[in-house]
Design a protein around this ligand. Structure first.
Ligand code: NAD
Length: 282
């Protein structure tokens, strides 16, 4: 199956990036969010990102993806899509409501995918009819630049669903690595404990955020410090992933650092709120 029409639910940083790479591959995308303001911001971000990629020679000047994108606040508009990718806030109840609606809206052979960082694809599959069409497609941030898609197959996921998503990944110029459905899958299972430990080091006063990041970039060869990366991911998303890992893996090493929870309560979410471990111009 060759996917040509895709719906993306959630126009935050991931939904915007996913929409952009799909549109650049000449795929028609319908992007859905709760407010027109959020959709306008996503379109403006897409336009700016495409201009920057062209300026740096990473995208051919003649590529014009914007006409491939339509935006709407009506989820019903994804009814004719062959694949719908959910990229809303990392909250299981919100995602459950979305898949329950998509089950009613979409055709019974449409592939339904989640970009979740940690939530069980099997539990989401249990909500829909024909769970063999449910799959995890975990894009990396920033989507236009990162070459990996971590594909998660639940017990019920059909091989033809995996094959369709893998073929799409190739068309997007990305490498799909297919893994099993376990809490936080592979990337975040390994990455989030590192971020959590970096926060604990700052919390206990051993080093500042800048020093932690300097040590891990200059000393461990990380391309970006763990705290700058946490700011980019979003501290709310980091907290949700750690909370889920702690509950589901029952291991104290995943217990979120209290400082992380306090920062999220204070709406210090990283880049998206303008302040996290660092400050950002909006
Ligand atoms: P975000 O906070 O930037 O965006 C979430 C968007 O979802 C917002 O625009 C919000 O308005 C929208 N939304 C919420 N409820 C909705 C609903 N009912 N209908 C339509 N839209 C709704 O979050 P993000 O960083 O883009 O993360 C989205 C998903 O991608 C999460 O599951 C996250 O775990 C995952 N993810 C994030 C990263 C990362 O680095 N941030 C990387 C990989 C995967």
């Amino acid at each position: 199956m060759m996917i040509k029409r895709v719906g993306v639910i959630g126009a935050g940083q991931m939904g915007q990036g996913i929409t952009q790479v799909l549109a650049c591959a000449d795929i028609a995308v319908t992007l859905v969010d709760l407010s027109q303001d959020q959709l306008d911001t996503a379109l403006a971000t897409t336009e700016a990102s495409i201009a920057k990629l062209k300026e740096r020679g990473k995208l051919a000047a003649e590529v014009n993806p914007l006409p491939n994108i339509s935006v709407t606040t009506e989820m019903g508009q994804v009814a004719d899509c062959e694949l719908v990718i959910e990229a809303v806030t990392e909250d299981e109840m919100t995602k459950r409501r979305i898949f329950s609606s998509l089950n009613e809206i979409c055709s019974s052979d449409a592939i339904l995918a989640s970009n979740t960082s940690s939530i069980s694809i099997g539990r989401l599959a249990a909500i829909i009819d024909h769970p063999e069409r449910m799959i995890g497609v975990h894009f990396m941030n920033p989507v236009p630049l990162m070459p990996l898609i971590e594909v998660i197959e639940a017990k019920a996921t059909a091989q033809k669903t995996v094959a369709a998503v893998t073929e799409l990944s190739e068309r997007l110029g990305k490498t799909a690595v297919v893994v099993k459905d376990r809490p936080a899958f592979v990337l975040n299972r390994i990455l989030l404990p590192t971020i959590n430990e970096a926060i604990r080091v700052v919390e206990e006063g051993t080093a500042t955020a800048e020093q932690v990041d300097q040590i891990m970039t200059l000393g461990a060869g990380f391309p970006m410090g763990p705290l700058a990366l946490a700011d980019m991911i979003g501290l709310d998303t980091c907290l949700s992933i750690l909370d889920l890992m702690f509950v589901e893996l029952k291991d104290p090493r995943y217990l979120p650092a209290p400082m992380l929870r306090e920062m999220v309560i204070d709406q210090q979410l990283g880049r998206k709120s303008g302040v996290g471990f660092y400050r950002y111009d909006q």
